[in-house]
Design a protein around this ligand. Structure first.
Ligand SMILES: Cc1ncc(COP(=O)(O)O)c(C=O)c1O
Length: 279
């Protein structure tokens, strides 16, 4: 366990390094993995990464959605490939179907670990427990946080058999503390209950915002706005609806999975009106 998403990725990177004995990683352009040193090394955004150069581990970046670019970037020192199944901070960028499957095959062929950062996409966000389940693959390591304990600080690293930390290789005083675990257990019960409704709720948002350029994966929604994104954000806030401007002028909507149909309709009404008034 960990206390945040960045720490979960920190652990995933350590685990990949220690079990493979290799030191380098491949990540994607526009990808976000956190702000601690190793997770930052695999985070692409130059504005937050470059002030801290040189960073460790060494990470090379390839275009998101291009599996062949990953194949080309792998070298003898590559320990793992770390990617988001859907890029969140980048503006909810959903790759073509088959991308993760292809990356999985390349990692198998080249004998490098596939680390999926499901900090944003995990715990039911896309309508399945993990986003990778849509592609029917098995990653080697998965990092989780955000929704795992309904906002209580917690993260987790899951790894396949044979990829465990040995005693004293990793740990943290508060990680997996009883209050966080109680919050997570309670959350998982609720997610289990609402999971079957997530796809339907996402479809409701898609329909309500059909006049706009949306990308929807369960309750993870991107709306391309462009330069006026922050004005739309402001207009929504004035009507009591909080939305987030992610990268490249995209609004990112990640409502709680327990959101009701009525709340969806009300929220989308405000967002639709805000886009129409500003753009
Ligand atoms: C995909 C992804 N990974 C990692 C993180 C970092 O998580 P935390 O802010 O809990 O450190 C985030 C946070 O936005 C994220 O979206």
């Amino acid at each position: 366990f960990s206390n945040s998403g960045a720490e979960a990725n920190e652990g995933a990177i350590k685990l990949a390094r220690i079990r493979t004995g290799k030191t380098e990683f491949i990540a994607c352009e526009d990808g976000f993995h956190g702000r601690t040193m190793a997770s930052l090394a695999c985070t692409h955004k130059p504005a937050i990464r470059e002030p801290f150069l040189p960073l460790n581990p060494r990470c090379s970046f390839v275009p998101y959605g291009d599996a062949e670019a990953i194949r080309k970037a792998i070298n003898k020192d590559t320990a793992g490939v770390i990617i988001e199944p859907i890029q969140g901070e980048a503006g909810v960028i959903i790759p073509q179907e088959g991308y993760l499957r292809e990356v999985r095959e390349i990692c198998d062929e080249k004998d490098v670990l596939l680390i999926l950062d499901e900090v944003e996409t995990g715990i039911g966000r896309t309508g399945k427990w993990f986003a990778y389940q849509h592609e029917k693959i098995q990653p080697d390591i998965v990092s989780l946080a955000k929704g795992i304990a309904s906002g209580f600080p917690m993260g987790a690293i899951i790894a396949r058999d044979g990829l465990e930390f040995s005693k004293s290789e990793h740990g943290s005083t508060f990680a997996g503390g009883p209050v966080a675990c109680a919050a997570a257990i309670a959350t998982l019960d609720v997610v289990e209950e609402v999971l079957p409704s997530v796809a339907e709720k996402g479809a409701r948002i898609k329909k309500a915002l059909s006049a706009h350029d949306t990308r929807v994966a369960g309750l993870m929604v991107g709306v391309t706005i462009g330069d006026s994104c922050s004005k739309v954000q402001q207009a929504c806030m004035e009507k009591g609806v909080l939305v987030n401007c992610a990268a490249h002028g995209n609004i990112r909507l990640v409502p709680p999975l327990v959101i009701s149909p009525e709340e969806i309709d009300r929220g989308c009404e405000v967002i639709d009106a805000a886009i129409r008034s500003v753009c």
